[in-house]
Design a protein around this ligand. Structure first.
Ligand code: PLP
Length: 402
């Protein structure tokens, strides 16, 4: 007899399963466009030079030790992170109405924020975009939310944002519902609202008394400009919204496995901060007690130094411009081959991912026949495309569609 005999095999996580299949595949021209992680022109993972430099300095700092960090993490890290998101001159910063909590990357920030909202504000309903990053639903349900709802986002025919559907769905949301919004570089579609559309979204959120919870996993990575990519969050803050924002340093610092993130919390009254902070401390205490230090020390060290900060911006530029270049190349190749359909969206979309428009069976054909690993939804990671494989990827799409 075993206590565990009734446990059934769970479904695989698509993106990790694809990576495993890719690794086991011995086809020489195989391409992995599944995982959302930066690759160099040679298709290799990249440790940012500024991260290497910071690690060397930190390794030689004998004053650092392995004692526990506080429950809410390294103060310097979280305050610099919140400033980076909101801007140093943000009223929320100067009026001390905002603070940060160091978390286990972006996922951890979403989870801590969601659990706090469920526990202390009694929130039960949340909305996510259709489609969204596949983990939003699970994180919020595991955090205690009861009802997962979608708002329309991607318009299949238009290959762009379904703004009418989005506004209608938010308009019908119940008061107090938590709305997950991608701060920039929407995953998986690579399609963001325009500034005008963000204005319309903010208006409904205000009128319907909804709560905006931004997810910022790609600041700087999308356009190459940290301020530009924070525009939506800052515009909400400037309009006086109270909000949460989950920040990840996985992509823009390449710190994927260091689990380095921050939950920025913006209130409209500084007097509420001590109570909120003290209760979030209990949320974290019961979840993982306190966060790890390595990644947070690297980020704090870089954000706190003018020189290193500039170097980091250069590293971000390297990554974002390579991706933008690959978008151009892929579109050119597809158009040169006269691949059926319109490929403008490849260069119009932003960030790490592109929603190709390939359907499920076409995407699976790409994997099976061409060894080009991509999600069933037709999402590809632009980072996996390199000068060496772009022609092959385009030819594979061409063959699939003809
Ligand atoms: N949110 C979105 C939209 C993402 O795409 C990701 C990562 O892919 C995350 C959050 C969180 O990632 P991490 O927990 O690695 O920071």
């Amino acid at each position: 007899m075993s206590w565990f005999s009734s446990v059934e095999l769970g479904p695989p996580i698509e993106v990790f399963q694809l990576t495993k299949q890719f690794q086991e595949d011995d086809f020489p021209q195989k391409v992995n466009l599944g995982v959302g992680a930066y690759r160099t022109d040679e298709g290799k993972p990249w440790v940012l030079p500024v991260v290497r430099a910071a690690e060397k300095t930190l390794a030689n700092d004998d004053t650092l030790n392995k004692e526990y960090l506080p429950v809410l993490g390294l103060d310097l890290f979280s305050s610099l992170s919140t400033k980076m998101l909101l801007g140093n001159d943000s009223a929320a910063v100067t009026e001390n109405r905002a603070f940060g909590v160091q978390t286990l990357s972006g996922t951890g920030a979403l989870r801590v924020g969601a659990e706090f909202l469920a526990t202390y504000l009694g929130r039960t309903v949340f909305y996510y975009s259709k489609p969204t990053w596949e983990n939003h639903r699970l994180i919020f349900l595991n955090a205690g939310f009861k009802e997962a709802k979608e708002y329309r986002y991607w318009h299949e025919e238009k290959h762009g944002l379904d703004i009418e559907g989005l506004l209608e769905d938010l308009n019908n949301a119940p008061e107090g519902a938590v709305i997950i919004l991608h701060a920039c570089a929407h995953n998986p579609t690579g399609c963001d609202p325009t500034q005008e559309q963000w204005g319309q979204i903010a208006k409904v959120i205000r009128e319907k008394k909804l709560f905006p919870f931004f997810d910022s996993a790609y600041q700087g990575f999308a356009s190459g400009d940290l301020d530009k990519d924070a525009w939506a969050v800052r515009s909400f803050v400037n309009q006086g919204f109270e909000l949460f924002c989950a920040q990840s340093y996985a992509k823009n610092f390449g710190l994927y496995n260091e689990r380095t993130g921050n939950l920025s919390i913006v209130l409209n009254n500084a007097a509420h901060i001590p109570a909120v902070k003290s209760q979030i401390t209990w949320t974290v205490r019961g979840m993982y007690s306190n966060p790890p230090s390595h990644g947070a020390r690297i980020v704090a060290h870089v954000l706190n130094s003018k020189d290193l900060f500039e170097q980091w911006r250069g590293n971000i530029q390297t990554m974002s411009s390579r991706i933008i270049e690959m978008r151009k190349r892929l579109r050119e190749e597809l158009e040169t081959l006269r691949t059926p359909g319109n490929w403008n969206h490849i260069t119009e979309q932003i960030g790490m991912f592109s929603y190709t428009g390939l359907n499920q069976s076409q995407s699976q054909h790409m994997v099976k026949k061409h060894h080009v690993y991509m999600l069933k939804s037709g999402r590809i990671s632009m980072c996996g495309i390199t000068p060496n494989n772009v022609k092959y990827v385009a030819a594979s799409i061409y063959e699939t569609l003809t």
